[in-house]
Structure formats: structure tokens, C-alpha cells
Ligand binder design. Structure first.
Ligand SMILES: [Zn+2]
Length: 444
């Protein structure tokens, strides 16, 4: 009996950069690998007896990748901070740095599971998460990892080490993130990065220690110039721009993931471009925090690689793509803006994830690639071509429901229903855990 599964017939997009768009086509996989892509009739002949996943003429995309998320924020929805949050600094101190300290082992686990369920429902198969839970720091990444493994997605985890609660905690955070990265150097589904919070909360000695102790080829994942605060406080406290500090520490390289970059000037962007580091654009979060907006086209023109994340605002990378597109137009006051740089964001995500996992075909639907698929239900009402794919993504697919999600050959969402997780029971558990979590938050 064949162990091959074929998803189709539908419209297959083989990659977000220079990919083909194939009509009446399908994708076949065996185990965790794609074994065939092309006309459905050919696949059916090539793999007789294969199981079928009906996509109802829908759009079959490479599994979506999110380069910056915060699973731990899942239970903050609806929380009253109980004090005014008039500046970005107050948002951090009054909301997020109290909220993460209130988290315990059970709420860390629940948050990761809830977020992973949302990722699956949004068609996301690989997620880069940035975790913080100072009151249950040691072992927290293993809790997140267990939830991710149960969900079935691939993930790159890190703990955001920070001196904001003292240097001892920064070193504990660094140990957590380095140990996890070291233990997962070869894991096909879970990797680690060197997590740091942001330049203005990380001491020089912490940066040096991160650079000295990181496993070879493991990059840093941190917030950079999200608000003016990061740039100004870094200069004031450490006498240097956040990007200069990374350069001095030897941490700015092609493996570095710099979330936001909203307030990077030309010189800093040129340094990022020269190093080959990736800036992660998080348009919904930036709008929510009122910190400004990354000029994606300007950064790309200077040679920067710019990818896309959600920063805990949601788990939908297609909605984030749409927000990036609309933000580019709103910011430029130009109805023709957005097409010069925004379409490359998903391709950058794929290239970066491919490098981290050592899987050159990750993020594509080609023979030999990891079998990661996102299937959007329903036949698009107008023709889809390689030339107009981006329009379909931002004007249609971003609002359309995902009907199947397949990660590494495992069907995680089938006909809109979760296979590996039970969001109803997770929501029930979350409702029970949240009052105590929120009381702890209010007491901090
Ligand atoms: Zn973030």
C-alpha cells in the first residue's frame, strides 16, 4: 500500500520568489518530503493508491513562515493594564514586563499551545518565537517546545535574555537560550537562536557573553530600534547605537534576526545590509504601539533583507502581509506603492528559515522539500498567475480561511478542523487559568 498522499487538484504556487503557478495541479508527499509536484493527472498515475487530500480547486501555497512571534502573549487579550500607557516605554514597563513576570509553567504551556493552534489555523508551519517568563525562566523553552511538538509545527525558539530585572537574570536567560540552542542543533523540527530582548535592556557584558558562548552558526534574535527609546537609551547607557553595539560584540551577521528596525538610520541600515542580517517587519504591532513604520522599500533599496512577522499581535502572516502592503501605501500616500518591496517579504522568510534548518528547499513546493503546505479553500474567482499572485494574496487570500495545513508531511488542519490540538478545550483551560494570571499581573 502506498504511503504517499496527494493534495489536489488545485492551483499550486511552488515558491514565493520566482515560483511557478500550476493549474489543475497537486503536491504529493511521502513521510516528511515532497515527492511530486505537477498536473494532478500525472501525480495520480505516478502514485497509484496514494491517499488524497481534496483541496476543492483551492490555492496550495508553500507552508507559511513567521519570523517573529511571541507565543507568551496569548493570554493578554482583554487585560486591563490598570494604568495609562502613554508611551512605548510605558507599554513595555506597564504591560509586557509585568505580564511576562506573572506567567508560570502552566500559563507558558497554555499560551504556546493556544498560539500554535492559531498558527495552524492561519496556515503557518514554521514559527520563530521570542519567549519571556522571568518567574519560570529555567526550563521554559522546554515547555514551549513540548507544546510545539504536540501541535506539529516547526519552530525556532529563544529566550529573550535581558538585564532589565538585574544581571543575574540576564545570565540565567542567556543560559536558557544557549542551552536550548545547543541541544537542538540538528533537530529537524525545532531549533534555537540566541534570544536577547533589545539593545537598551542588554548590558555590554551580556552581549559579549552571548557572542562568546553561542554555538557556531547560531544567530541572535532581538528587537532593534522598535521605538526611538531603544536608540536613545542605548546611546545614553552604553554610548553607542544598537547596531554599532551588535557589530562591536560580533553578533551582526547573516544569522541575525532584527525585529522591527523602525528607527534605523541610513548608516545603520547599510551596516545591516553589509552584514547580511535580516530585519523583520511587524506592521500590525508597530501600528498598535504607535512607534512608527519601517520604510520597507527604502531598507530594501539599501540592500537589506526584510522579512515579516506578527510580533504576538496575531498568528496570521497573510494578514501581516496585507498590513505591510497597506502601510506602505498609507505611509507614502501613493496608491501605486507596495509592489516594489512587499512581495519579497515571504521569500525572505523562506530563505532565512531554510538557512536555519539547513534545508535549502524549505518554503518551496519542489521535489525533496519538506512537505509544508498551506491550502486556502475555494477556487479563486479570477485567474491566478505568477505575475498577479501577490494581488491575490493581499486582496483575497489574506481574508480567506485556510482549509488544510500540512507541516513536515503531517496534516495538522483538515477541512478547517484541527487534528493535533483541541482549541475548544485549550480555550476552556485558558479561561480557568486567566483570572489567577491577571491577578498576579495586577499585584506586580
Ligand atoms: Zn517582539
Amino acid at each position: 500500500m502506498s504511503t504517499v498522499t496527494i493534495a489536489g487538484p488545485g492551483i499550486v504556487v511552488t515558491a514565493f520568489a520566482d515560483g511557478q503557478v500550476l493549474e489543475r495541479a497537486g503536491v504529493a508527499w511521502e513521510g516528511e518530503r515532497v515527492v511530486g509536484v505537477g498536473p494532478m493527472s500525472k501525480l495520480v498515475r505516478a502514485f497509484p493508491g496514494a491517499a488524497r487530500l481534496d483541496v476543492r480547486d483551492g490555492l496550495i501555497l508553500p507552508g507559511l513562515i513567521n519570523l517573529h512571534h511571541h507565543f507568551y502573549s496569548a493570554l493578554a487579550r482583554g487585560l486591563d493594564p490598570g494604568r495609562p500607557l502613554a508611551t512605548f516605554g510605558e507599554v513595555l514597563e506597564g504591560l509586557w514586563w509585568r505580564f511576562d513576570r506573572a506567567l508560570g509553567p502552566e500559563t507558558v504551556r497554555l499560551s504556546a499551545a493556544l498560539s500554535a493552534a492559531e498558527c495552524i489555523a492561519s496556515g503557518c508551519t514554521t514559527v520563530f518565537d521570542h519567549h519571556s517568563s522571568p518567574s519560570c525562566l529555567h526550563g521554559s523553552l522546554d515547555l514551549v517546545a513540548a507544546a510545539v511538538r504536540e501541535a506539529g509545527i516547526a519552530a525556532v525558539l529563544c529566550y529573550e535574555a535581558s538585564d532589565r530585572n538585574g544581571h543575574r537574570e540576564a545570565l540565567t536567560g542567556l543560559k536558557e537560550t544557549l542551552d536550548f540552542a545547543s541541544r537542538h542543533c540538528d533537530d529537524p523540527h525545532l531549533r534555537g537562536m540566541v534570544g536577547l530582548h533589545a539593545s537598551f535592556t542588554v548590558a555590554d557584558s551580556t552581549l559579549r557573553s552571548a557572542a562568546r558562548r553561542r554555538p557556531a552558526g547560531t544567530g541572535v534574535h532581538l528587537h532593534v530600534a522598535e521605538g526611538r527609546l531603544d536608540v536613545d537609551a542605548s546611546r545614553q547607557s552604553y554610548g553607542a547605537h544598537p547596531v554599532e553595539r551588535l557589530v562591536t560584540a560580533g553578533l551582526l551577521d547573516q544569522n541575525a534576526l532584527l525585529a522591527h528596525g523602525v528607527h534605523l538610520d541610513r548608516r545603520a541600515l547599510e551596516a545591516v545590509a553589509a552584514a547580511g542580517a535580516v530585519i523583520v517587519h511587524n506592521p500590525e504591532s508597530n501600528a498598535n504601539n504607535g512607534v512608527g513604520r519601517l520604510d520597507v522599500a527604502g531598507a530594501v533599496r539599501l540592500g537589506c533583507a526584510v522579512g515579516l512577522g506578527t510580533d504576538g499581535m496575531s498568528s496570521s502572516i497573510l494578514r501581516s502581509l496585507r498590513a505591510a502592503f497597506l502601510g506602505a501605501r498609507a505611509g507614502a500616500r501613493d496608491p501605486s506603492a507596495g509592489f516594489e518591496a512587499v512581495p519579497s517579504l515571504l521569500a525572505t522568510n523562506a530563505a532565512f528559515a531554510a538557512r536555519v534548518f539547513g534545508e535549502p528547499l524549505l518554503g518551496t513546493l519542489e521535489v525533496g522539500a519538506p512537505a509544508d503546505l498551506t491550502v486556502l479553500g475555494g477556487k479563486p474567482p479570477t485567474p491566478v498567475t505568477a505575475g498577479n499572485l501577490f494581488s491575490h494574496l493581499v486582496y483575497g487570500a489574506a481574508e480567506g480561511p485556510v482549509c488544510h495545513t500540512v507541516a513536515r508531511g503531517r496534516v495538522l488542519l483538515r477541512d478547517f478542523r484541527h487534528v493535533t490540538l483541541d482549541p475548544t478545550s485549550l480555550a476552556h483551560l485558558a479561561r480557568q487559568a486567566t483570572p489567577t494570571l491577571w491577578q498576579r499581573f495586577q499585584s506586580l
